[in-house]
Design a protein around this ligand. Structure first.
Ligand code: TXA
Ligand code: MG
Length: 337
C-alpha cells in the first residue's frame, strides 16, 4: 500500500494520532533509546504481517514485543524465571530484551513460529507514551529496510520507509544507537544472543553469562542458530566494508597507502587528523561509537562509497555490540595488520 508518510512530533496530540493508527492495525515509526522501530499491535497478526512487508523482512525472523509496564512480562510470557525479574528490576525500562516462553495471545507471525517471545520495556518517553496511550504492546523491529543499517534518526526512517508506512514520530537522535541486548535463560545462566548497551560485564554481576559464539563467528550455511537474526548479513551499506585490526599507527599507515575513487576510512576521532584519504570518524569511546556507527554507515551510501576501511573497535563492554554490528556490515571481512 502507498502512504503519504506523515512526520509526527512527540506532543500529546501527535502521540494520540499515532496511537489511533496502532489501534486501527497500522504501523508507526517509533523512536526508542536504541534505534527507531516499526511498531504495530503485537497481538494483531495482520498488522504484524504488514511490518514484514514494509521492511522486506524474512518471515522466519521474530519480532521483539515492547511493553509499557514490567508487570506485562507475565501477560505475554509464561514460566518467567526469578532471574528475569532480578534483571528487570535493574535494567528495565532500558535496552534489554529477554527471550521467554510465549503465551498463546502472541500470534505466530510475531514470534515467527517459535514458542518463545523476545520482550523489552523501552525507556524512551515517546515509545512508552505510544504504548501506554494505545494500551497495546507493540511488536517492533528496527525501522530500516531489511539488510540496511538501523535508523537512529527520523530522517533515516523517512529515507527507508517513505510511502511504506503512514507515520513516523520524530523523537530526535537515539542516544544508545545500537539495538538492545538480547538474552535467553539457561538454568542459572543467561546467554547473550545479541550484544547491546547492557554489557556482558554488567550482566555478570547477576548471573553466569554465556556469550553465544555466533556473536563473533559467521553461521555455516544451514547451521541452526539460537536467534534467527544471527543468520543474516546485516547493517550493510552498499560499499564493501573491511575491518582493519591492528594498532592505531598501523591503521593510519594502512589507510594512507590506499586511495582511489570511492575509497574511504572510518577511523576513531583521534585518528582523523592523520588520515590522508577521505574519512568519516565514528568516535573514540565505545559509547560514542555505538551512538554514531549506523549514521556513519548510512553516510557512506550518500557519498557513493565503494570501499570502507573501518578501524576495529574495542570488544569490551558496549564495544562488543559495536564490533558485532560492524562484523556483519563487513560480511565478517577482517584484515589483521
Ligand atoms: O533495540 C531493539 O531491540 C530494537 C528497537 C526497535 O527496540 N529492535 C530490534 O528489533 O532491533 P529487530 O527485529 O531488528 O531485531 C530483533 C532481534 C533479531 O535478531 C531476532 O532474531 C531476535 O531479536 N529475536 C527476537 N525474538 C526472538 C526469540 N524469540 N528468540 C530468539 N531471538 C529472537
Ligand atoms: Mg534489525
Amino acid at each position: 500500500m502507498q502512504f503519504e508518510t506523515k512526520l509526527l512530533s512527540s506532543s500529546d496530540a501527535d502521540i494520540k494520532e499515532a496511537a489511533e493508527i496502532i489501534l486501527k492495525g497500522g504501523i508507526v515509526g517509533m523512536p526508542t533509546e536504541t534505534v527507531y522501530g516499526l511498531a504495530a499491535d503485537a497481538e494483531n497478526a495482520d498488522a504484524v504481517a504488514e511490518i514484514f512487508r514494509a521492511k522486506g523482512r524474512p518471515q522466519d525472523n521474530p519480532l521483539i514485543v515492547h511493553i509499557g509496564d514490567i508487570a506485562d512480562f507475565e501477560k505475554y510470557a509464561k514460566n518467567v524465571p526469578d532471574m528475569a525479574y532480578k534483571l528487570a528490576e535493574k535494567f528495565c525500562p532500558g535496552p534489554l530484551t529477554m527471550v521467554l516462553p510465549k503465551r498463546d495471545r502472541i500470534p505466530d507471525v510475531t514470534s515467527a513460529g517459535l514458542d518463545t517471545v523476545g520482550i523489552r520495556m523501552p525507556s524512551h518517553k515517546a515509545a512508552l507514551a505510544l504504548i501506554r496511550t494505545s494500551g497495546k504492546a507493540v511488536a517492533a523491529p528496527s525501522a530500516n529496510l531489511s539488510g540496511s543499517p538501523s535508523p537512529t534518526t527520523a530522517d533515516h526512517v523517512m529515507n527507508d520507509m517513505r510511502g511504506r508506512i503512514p507515520a513516523i514520530i520524530d523523537g530526535g537522535s537515539c542516544p544508545v544507537g545500537v539495538e538492545s541486548t538480547v538474552i535467553s535463560f539457561e538454568g542459572n545462566a543467561v546467554r547473550i544472543l545479541r550484544p547491546g548497551f547492557i554489557s556482558a560485564e554488567e550482566l555478570s554481576e547477576f548471573a553466569e553469562v554465556i556469550i553465544d559464539r555466533h556473536i563473533t563467528e559467521a553461521a555455516e550455511c544451514g547451521e541452526r542458530v539460537l536467534s534467527p537474526g544471527m543468520k543474516y548479513k546485516h547493517y550493510s551499506p552498499k560499499a564493501n566494508v573491511t575491518i582493519i585490526e591492528g594498532s592505531g599507527t598501523d591503521y593510519i599507515n594502512f589507510v594512507n597507502s590506499q586511495g582511489g575513487e570511492g575509497v574511504y576510512a572510518m577511523p576513531f576521532d583521534c585518528d582523523e587528523k592523520f588520515c590522508k584519504i577521505p574519512c568519516i570518524p565514528y568516535g573514540d569511546s565505545s559509547e560514542e561509537q555505538a551512538a554514531r556507527l549506523f549514521a556513519a554507515l548510512r553516510k557512506f551510501d550518500e557519498l557513493g562509497a565503494k570501499q570502507v576501511y573501518a578501524r576495529c573497535p574495542s570488544k569490551e563492554g558496549v564495544g562488543l555490540a559495536v564490533y558485532n554490528r560492524l562484523l556483519r556490515a563487513a560480511g565478517f571481512e577482517i584484515k589483521v595488520i
